[in-house]
Ligand binder design. Structure first.
Ligand code: G3P
Length: 500
C-alpha cells in the first residue's frame, strides 16, 4: 500500500493540503488563502470557483513539495469550514451565487419568520440546533428566494446544494461528468435539515424552508469510500474515503474518543466540542448537539459544541481594519508591553453572539476605556476575549454534563501564543494541553480516510500516535480570576440590542 494519506482542509480563510505518514506526522503541505467578499455589513461570501481552483493548486503543491505522486497516496480525506453554503448547477458545475459563509447574518429575518411564535427553539429537539443565521438551511432558502430563476431550476432538479466538503468532493470525482453528490453526517448535522437521531433528512423542515429534496446530498458516514479521484484530475483513481466537518475532524485528530473528552480549536472562531458518546444530549445552556463522527457502520458518536464566531478573526481585524499590528503574531509582543488589560474589555460580537447566547442582535463593543488605555491594553483585551468566551462555553458544558472539565486539549493557529494559553488556563482554572501535532483538523480527516482503507486499523492507532507537547497550569488566584470574568460578563451585556 502507498505510504501516505492526503488531507484537504477547505477552511474559512484558506484551503490547505497536508500529507501525513503512518505515524501521523506531517510530510508536506500546501496552502492558499481565498478572498473574503464582504458586500455589506454582516454579509460574508466566498467564490466557490476560486476555492476549487485553490484546492487543486494546494494538492499539487503538497505532492510536489513532498516529492510524491498520486501513487504514493493511499486515500484522501476532506475536512471543511462547516455551514458555508454552495448552490450550483448540476449540468455545468457553475455556482448560482457566491458561497454564503457561516459567519454571514443575512438570514436573520428568514430565521425569525421560520421560528414564528415558537422562536429559536422550534426545531431544536429534531436537529439539535437553535434557529440561527449560522446554519446552512436558511442560507439555501435565501439563495432560492433571491437569485433569479433559482427556485424554478431547483424545483426542476437542476440545482445541487452542498457545504464545501460536497462541493470539493463532487468536483474531484468528475463534476458534471458523474461527480458524487455526498456529505457526511457531521456536515449534515450543521444544516438544520437532518434528524439528529436517525441521521436522515427531515422533509418537513426542508418543506418549511422551501428546499426541494433533490438538491440535498446523500448523507454517508465520516469514514468510507465515497468515490475516486477522476481520471485526468490531481489524484486519479485514489479513494476519497473520509469527510468530517473541521471541528469534528479536530476532535478526532485530538483522539477525544472517551465520553467527557473535550477539545478547543482556536481558528477564525473557537469551537469547543465535548464527546458525549453514543448518547444524544440536548443542551439546556446554549450549546449545540452535533454529530462528532461515524466510522463506517459503527454507531454515531455525539458531541456537545460551544461555537464562538470571532476569536482569531478579531486579531485579523486589528491587523487589516485598524492596522495596529502588521502581522497576526505581532499581537503577542504588543500585549506583553503591558501587565494587564488596563480595564478594557473587547466583546467581538461581529456576527452577533453565538454560544451560549445566540443573539443575532448583538454587535461588537470595546468597553472600560479611560485615557490610560493604550494599544497594548487593546491587544491584551483582544487576546483575553478568546479566553473569556471559551470560559463561557466551558461553564455551559459543565452545567449541561453535570461534570466539571478537568483539562482542555487545544489546537489551531492561536495555540502558538504562549501568553494566551497561560491566560486561558488561568481563566478556566484547569490545565490546558497542546499536542505535538497541532494540525489536528487535517490529521483527523486523514485518519478517517486512512481507517476506511485499512491504512490505519482504527481509533487505537490515533490514540497511540497522539503526544503531548506542552501543558499550562493555572497560576492566577481565584479572586482575581472571578473579578476579571465578572467584568467580562458585564461587558457582554453592552453588546445586546444593536440591530434596528
Ligand atoms: O462552523 C464554522 C467552522 O467550521 C469554521 O472553522 O477553522 O474554518 O474557522 P474555521
Amino acid at each position: 500500500m502507498a505510504d501516505y494519506v492526503l488531507a484537504i482542509d477547505q477552511g474559512t480563510t484558506s484551503s490547505r493540503a497536508i500529507v501525513f505518514d503512518h505515524a501521523g506526522t506531517i510530510h508536506s503541505t500546501g496552502q492558499m488563502e481565498h478572498e473574503q467578499i464582504l458586500p455589506r455589513a454582516g454579509w460574508v461570501e466566498h467564490d466557490p470557483v476560486e476555492i476549487w481552483r485553490n484546492v487543486r493548486e494546494v494538492v499539487g503543491l503538497a505532492l510536489t513539495r513532498g516529492n510524491l505522486t498520486h501513487r504514493d497516496i493511499a486515500a484522501v480525506g476532506i475536512t471543511n469550514q462547516r455551514e458555508t453554503t454552495v448552490v450550483w448547477e448540476k449540468s455545468t458545475g457553475k455556482p448560482v451565487h457566491n458561497a454564503i459563509v457561516w459567519q454571514d447574518t443575512r438570514t436573520q429575518k428568514i430565521v425569525e419568520e421560520l421560528g414564528g411564535s415558537e422562536g429559536a427553539e422550534k426545531y431544536k429537539r429534531k436537529v439539535g440546533l437553535p434557529l440561527a443565521t449560522y446554519f446552512a438551511g436558511p442560507k439555501v432558502k435565501w439563495i432560492l428566494d433571491n437569485v433569479d430563476g433559482a427556485r424554478e431550476k431547483a424545483e426542476a432538479g437542476e440545482l445541487l446544494f452542498g457545504t464545501t466538503d460536497s462541493w470539493v468532493l463532487w468536483n474531484m470525482t468528475g463534476g458534471p461528468e458523474g461527480g458524487v453528490h455526498v456529505t457526511d453526517v457531521t456536515n449534515a448535522s450543521r444544516t438544520m435539515l437532518m434528524n439528529i437521531d436517525s441521521l436522515t433528512w427531515n422533509e418537513e423542515i426542508a418543506a418549511d424552508m422551501g428546499i426541494p429534496m433533490s438538491m440535498l446530498p446523500e448523507i454517508r458516514s465520516s469514514s468510507e469510500v465515497y468515490g475516486k479521484g477522476r481520471e485526468g484530475g490531481m489524484v486519479p483513481g485514489v479513494p476519497i474515503a473520509g469527510i468530517l466537518g473541521d471541528q469534528q475532524a479536530a476532535t478526532f485528530g485530538q483522539a477525544a474518543f472517551e465520553v467527557g473528552a473535550a477539545k478547543n480549536t482556536y481558528g477564525t472562531g473557537n469551537f469547543l466540542l465535548l464527546n458525549t458518546g453514543t448518547e444524544l444530549v440536548h443542551s439546556e445552556n446554549g450549546l449545540l448537539t452535533t454529530v462528532g463522527y461515524k466510522i463506517g457502520d459503527q454507531p454515531q458518536v455525539y458531541c456537545l459544541e460551544g461555537s464562538i464566531a470571532v476569536t482569531g478573526s478579531l486579531v485579523q481585524w486589528l491587523r487589516d481594519n485598524l492596522g495596529i499590528i502588521k502581522s497576526a503574531p505581532e499581537i503577542e509582543k504588543l500585549a506583553e508591553t503591558v501587565d494587564d488589560n488596563g480595564g478594557a474589555y473587547f466583546v467581538p460580537a461581529f456576527s452577533g453572539l453565538f454560544a451560549p447566547y445566540w443573539r443575532a442582535d448583538a454587535r461588537g463593543a470595546l468597553v472600560g476605556l479611560t485615557r490610560y488605555v493604550n494599544k497594548g491594553h487593546i491587544a491584551r483585551a483582544v487576546l483575553e476575549a478568546t479566553a473569556y468566551q471559551s470560559r463561557e462555553v466551558v461553564d455551559a458544558m459543565n452545567a449541561d454534563s453535570g461534570v466539571d472539565l478537568t483539562e482542555l486539549k487545544v489546537d489551531g493557529g492561536m495555540v502558538a501564543n504562549e501568553a494566551l494559553m497561560q491566560f486561558q488556563a488561568d481563566i478556566l482554572g484547569v490545565d490546558v494541553v497542546r499536542p505535538k501535532v497541532t494540525e489536528t483538523t487535517a490529521l483527523g480527516a486523514a485518519y478517517a480516510a486512512g481507517i476506511a482503507v485499512g491504512f490505519w486499523n482504527g481509533e487505537q492507532d490515533v490514540v497511540d500516535n497522539w503526544g503531548e507537547d506542552k501543558r499550562w497550569t493555572p497560576s492566577m488566584d481565584e479572586a482575581e480570576r472571578e473579578r476579571l470574568y465578572r467584568n467580562w460578563k458585564k461587558a457582554v451585556t453592552k453588546t445586546f440590542d444593536w440591530v434596528d
